[in-house]
Design a protein around this ligand. Structure first.
Ligand code: AMP
Ligand code: MG
Length: 345
């Protein structure tokens, strides 16, 4: 039912917003035209804003790019490489060079995050089916036999040939980040695009500046509030901000929230102390992988990962309503969540 309501609301949102409308930014005097578009793709609502003379057609190029990538990586579209691999019965399978590179990167992220991020978690994602109609958690007896199918070392990538050894894959945790990198490159290739902001359901990308050379301001969502409630914001240019949280897809059973991010070590939705994590990074795919991985790890392991790598920044919101940011974000993040009951550490 929730899903039907979500799809219907997205549909009505589309009805009102699909047209490309030239808009004025309320925060700035208009000296550069702005164009906007909203679409529904990859199971989520996506919005785009481009700043610059004559940039309206770029919005259609963005949409075409997203539809093309979705066809290539969706696990449910039967012409996609991912669908082919999941049906390959362990046979080495040739895929597009870009798919092979993405899967090799996924394995590298798994290795680096100690398996907290793992695209072979697919059988568990399918069993839990969070957001897809499940209302009662599966039993341990249903989970246990699937655990043997999970483990990133079961997927090997050799050139453009990929072999899945008794496993299945799901790019839900990096697909939107991967598209974000491609959108970023497309928008950068247009000289007349002075600035752009896109949001692919939790994956935000910003390029250049708004009118008046102001940086973009990205809100960090209040995970206990409505989708339009924020507990702070970050000022940025040429960067990605990717969030994972337990409010995105979930069901509640017997007073417990069961969300869509699975801990590959337990086979169940992760039970870390993180309610929401937002990753700031100049690589959209890596940012997306990290948002999922750090959410699973919890704050202690996540901060150790940060100290060891320092190739991203992050905002953490804990289950007990504490908010803290990594060192490199301290001068870019503004906390506004006190009234909503959060404390800034
Ligand atoms: P995100 O919202 O980016 O954190 O991605 C969550 C999605 O990735 C889920 O809906 C699943 O499709 C998939 N997923 C869930 N848990 C994991 C995990 N531990 N590693 C990789 N993918 C996952
Ligand atoms: Mg992710």
């Amino acid at each position: 039912m929730k899903r039907i309501i979500a799809v219907l609301s997205a549909f009505f949102l589309l009805l009102s917003m699909t047209a490309c409308v030239k808009t004025e930014d309320p925060q700035q005097p208009v000296d550069v035209p702005v164009y906007e578009k909203t679409i529904f793709a990859m199971d989520t609502v996506m919005t785009f804003k481009v700043y610059g003379e004559g940039t309206e057609p770029v919005l259609d190029e963005c949409e075409a790019l997203i539809r093309q990538v979705e066809d290539e990586i969706s696990k449910t579209i039967d012409s996609s490489d991912i669908y082919k691999l999941n049906a390959s019965n362990g046979q080495p399978t040739k895929v597009a060079p870009e798919t092979a590179a993405l899967l090799a990167a996924a394995n590298e992220y798994s290795r680096r995050t100690g398996g907290a991020f793992d695209i072979t978690v697919e059988p568990l994602v399918a069993l839990w089916n969070v957001g897809g109609g499940r209302t009662v958690p599966p039993t341990q007896a249903e989970i246990d036999p699937l655990m043997g199918m999970v483990g990133f070392r079961r997927m090997s990538v050799d050139g453009d040939t990929v072999t899945l050894d008794g496993c299945r894959i799901d790019l839900g945790a990096i697909g939107k980040g991967y598209v974000s990198d491609k959108l970023y490159a497309l928008l950068k290739s247009h000289e007349n695009v002075k600035g752009a902001l896109f949001s692919l359901g939790g994956n935000v990308g910003v390029i250049g500046t708004k009118q008046g050379d102001k940086p973009f301001v990205i809100g960090v969502r209040d995970p206990k509030g409505q989708p339009s409630d924020y507990l702070g914001y970050i000022e940025l240019s040429d960067m990605f901000v990717v969030s994972s949280g337990d409010y995105e897809r979930f069901f509640e059973y017997d007073g417990t929230i069961y969300h869509h991010i699975i801990d590959p070590a337990t086979g169940a939705p992760s039970r870390s102390d993180i309610k929401e994590v937002s990753i700031v990074c100049d690589d959209g795919t890596y940012a997306d992988a990290l948002s999922t991985a750090l959410f699973v790890m919890g704050t202690e392991k996540a901060m150790k990962y940060y100290e060891d790598n320092k190739d991203f920044e992050a905002v953490f919101v804990t289950q007990d309503s504490k908010v803290f940011v990594t060192d490199g974000l301290k001068d870019k993040f503004t906390f506004t969540g006190a009234e909503a009951g959060y404390t800034y550490e």
